[in-house]
Design a protein around this ligand. Structure first.
Ligand code: SAH
Length: 377
């Protein structure tokens, strides 16, 4: 079955979508239906490694079990409503979940690795002032199956063109939404990404990015060792309150304490990536750089400076590249690892903070363009 053609609505909600089930969930599912637990790893491999989209493909499973599975379970994927590749190779998909809800998934190929940036919610409730997803508001959490389906579908679509090598080597939860506000489903999805019978990615290759929902961050540190990225963006509560409003609830001092604790909980040596969007005249002064060094003292940290991606009426400008480079130099002189994020996929609105119902925005733009052409504006 071609996933691109799979527009049908699943009319039997009692069927379980196997894509969102961890090995443990699948084992429980099979045991409950009187089957052997080892069926779980078999089915998991069929799904996430062989990318099977229907049960008939699962040839090492008896025909009668396949028939039972068709009655009780499904492999349900979203429809692809937009699929475009940028001039730099970045590829963006818009996936339709149900009537009103679309999400975006972005694939970023680089030499030696391919990163898939996935969404965890439809829209976002956090209202960060420099992020265009905020404009869309919050619609709903994704199910675990919908989070995993992005990787499943992308693997199938990328595989069509590049059959022999693994294209997705890294997964980042940096698309739409705040992953820690959809904790249970995100945790399940991460578990599936790292599961040997599924995608088998190491913990260094799965990154969760958060604006700092402290209670959930603390829980995550106890339950997972996924790589962590924290959207810091400011070095004082006053500035961060205005950029990342959740800071009013979970201020910097507490956030930094949580980050320290997260690192202490890790069994293996690790670091936290701090994301810092460069906004002209807002958070990009030399003093800001000096304060950032102080703030991160004692935390194994990498700083990722993100050039601001503008969008209409954002009210912000990106810092000049000379300022970003100087900021980076100041951090490096103080011994921090700092990088400047290369903006990718700008021409197809796939860059950070540009992931929106841009499809809607775009159709409005197109309409305006048509109106202009016909002299109606
Ligand atoms: N809610 C999560 C994950 C989604 S955002 C979080 O806050 O981390 C992924 C990254 O893109 C975040 O660091 C976010 O702050 C950044 N970002 C959002 N809008 C941006 C923009 N217009 N330009 C550059 N980076 C942006």
């Amino acid at each position: 079955m071609n996933v691109l053609d799979n527009q049908q609505v699943n009319l039997q909600p009692l069927k379980q979508n196997l894509l969102g089930m961890t090995l443990q969930d699948l084992e429980a599912f099979f045991i409950e239906s009187g089957e052997k637990a080892f069926r779980a790893s078999q089915v998991m491999k069929w799904l996430h490694q062989m990318l099977a989209t229907d049960f008939d493909a699962m040839t090492n499973i008896s025909k009668s079990l396949r028939e039972t599975l068709k009655q009780t379970a499904c492999i349900d994927v979203p429809a692809i409503v937009f699929d475009q590749t940028s001039s730099d190779g970045t590829r963006k998909w818009v996936m339709q979940l149900d009537a009103g809800n679309k999400i975006e998934t972005v694939y970023i190929p680089e030499s030696g690795r391919g990163t898939l940036c996935i969404s965890s919610q439809v829209g976002c409730a956090l209202d960060c002032s420099f992020c265009s997803t905020a404009r869309q508001g919050f619609s709903r959490n994704l199910t675990a199956a919908e989070i995993v389906a992005q990787v499943f579908v992308a693997s199938i679509l990328l595989g069509k063109e590049h059959r022999d090598e693994r294209k997705i080597t890294n997964i980042v939860l940096m698309g739409m939404g705040e992953p820690l506000l959809n904790y249970d489903n995100v945790l399940k999805a991460i578990t599936i990404f790292m599961e040997d019978n599924a995608y088998g990615l190491s913990k260094r290759r799965v990154t969760l990015s958060t604006s700092g929902v402290i209670p959930k961050l603390d829980l995550l540190g106890q339950q997972s060792d996924v790589a962590l990225a924290v959207s810091l963006h400011a070095v004082s509560d006053a500035v961060r309150d205005s950029l990342v409003p959740i800071n009013q609830k979970y201020p910097l001092k507490e956030l930094m304490a949580s980050c320290r604790q997260y690192i202490n909980n890790q069994t293996a040596k690790s670091h936290i990536t701090f994301e810092y969007v460069m906004l002209n005249g807002v958070n990009d002064s030399r003093q800001d750089a000096v304060k950032l060094v102080k703030l991160l003292k004692g935390i194994p940290a990498k700083v990722n400076l993100i050039p601001f991606n503008p969008f209409p009426d954002s009210g912000y400008d990106c810092s000049p590249m000379s300022v970003i480079k100087e900021f980076k130099e100041l951090l490096m002189q103080a011994g921090l690892v700092a990088t400047i994020r290369k903006t990718r996929g700008e021409d197809i609105d796939a860059a950070c903070g540009q992931l929106v119902g841009k499809v809607e925005d775009k159709s409005r733009r197109e309409k305006k363009f048509q109106d202009l052409r016909y002299g109606m504006s």
